[in-house]
Design a protein around this ligand. Structure first.
Ligand code: AOF
Ligand code: ZN
Length: 334
């Protein structure tokens, strides 16, 4: 169904993207309309502890009496780090609240009911796919009680990640690598196996093409029993480094408990394999280079799958051409 709020909701979703994709809170956008449907204020959420999108938009008008608020997420109904948006909207005197996605949070939900009880006209579920898509990672992480996991690798067209002698720099194009650095900066954490730290001495920073650090750096997490050597580049990472051992699901649950909502998994192959085997990967980013290597160094090993009916079925959500490579983004359906 097409409604008169669709375009404004799309604009609200664009505003939401101005906020950080990382951290504990969802990206939310809010627009205030006057009676003629003209935009009078735009707001968005800038991350946990800062004003919510609705409060940000309300702060930009002298009076919100009679206005319509268009929000990507149902206004919250709880006092967390900030006060309830439902009450802020009621106190400001808005006439109508239009939103896309219901807030699934046990504490936060109920804003729509509170607004309705206060006599405000509430229009829910406008372009629900837009609101859902915006916070898909946040919804998944909260539902599963573990961070959203994006696994990335670069391989040849025949699925090899290194030559037989182990050489692997560089299979993918510089454009693909620069895309990967942007992706790193969109995750709370970046994980590698302890063997990879020994083999590659990675710095795990998110950098521009000329080596400058992005403003946001994900926290490096090393997983596995081997010690991080004293000479490791990770010791000079601006965020420090976390070293975790034990079952992967327990590590992820611990990370969730300290506020981690997304993890970028960079390898190596055995850690990647374990994550996939245990069904702990939500999204795959695979950079495929126009090259053939043959040999035994394949992107994944034994996934515990014996027959085709047990295959992990994914859906491709995006494909891009980057500097001669094809970059495929695929998701697990869960
Ligand atoms: C909204 N507008 O812009 C956001 C909402 O601890 P707090 O106060 O920051 O609250 C975080 C929760 O509030 C979060 O889990 C989600 O349910 C909701 N986020 N709600 O009305 C916003 N960011
Ligand atoms: Zn709120």
């Amino acid at each position: 169904m097409i409604t008169k709020y669709d375009d404004v909701m799309r604009r609200a979703a664009e505003l939401a993207l101005r906020g950080p994709r990382t951290g504990e809170n969802p990206q939310v956008g809010c627009i205030l309309l006057d009676e003629s449907g003209t935009i009078v204020a735009e707001g968005w959420h800038r991350g946990a502890g800062t004003p919510h999108a609705e409060v940000d938009a309300l702060s930009k008008v002298d009076s919100a009496k009679g206005l319509t608020a268009v929000v990507t997420l149902e206004p919250c109904n709880h006092t967390g780090r900030t006060g309830p948006c439902s009450e802020a909207l009621i106190a400001a005197g808005v006439a109508r609240v239009v939103y896309s996605l219901d807030d699934p949070g046990v504490a936060a939900r109920g804003g729509a009911q509170k607004l309705t009880d206060a006599g405000i006209d509430v229009v829910p579920h406008i372009l629900p796919g837009v609101g859902e898509n915006l916070v898909h990672r946040w919804l998944t992480a909260n539902r599963l009680g573990r961070p959203w996991v994006t696994a990335k690798w670069g391989s040849t067209l025949d699925g090899r990640v290194a030559a037989t002698d182990g050489t692997s720099q560089w299979i993918t194009s510089s454009e693909s690598r620069s895309f990967i650095h942007h992706l790193r900066a969109q995750h709370d954490t970046i994980a590698v196996g302890s063997g990879t730290v020994l083999a590659d001495n990675p710095s795990l920073t998110a950098r521009t093409a000329n080596g400058d650090l992005f403003p946001f750096q994900p926290l490096p997490v090393v997983i596995g029993a081997r010690e991080i050597p004293s000479g490791s580049s990770l010791w000079s990472h601006p965020r420090g480094v976390l070293h975790e051992t034990g079952p992967l699901d327990e590590i992820l649950a611990r990370l969730f408990d300290i506020g981690v909502r997304s993890l970028f998994l960079e390898g190596g192959p055995s850690l990647l394999n374990s994550f996939i085997r245990e069904g702990l990967v939500d999204e795959y980013i695979v950079c495929i280079a126009p090259m053939l290597l043959g040999g035994t160094r394949t992107s994944t090993g034994d996934l515990g799958i014996d027959t085709l009916t047990q295959a992990r079925k994914l859906s491709i959500v995006e494909t891009q051409h980057l500097g001669g490579d094809i970059v495929v983004t695929a998701r697990e359906a869960h």
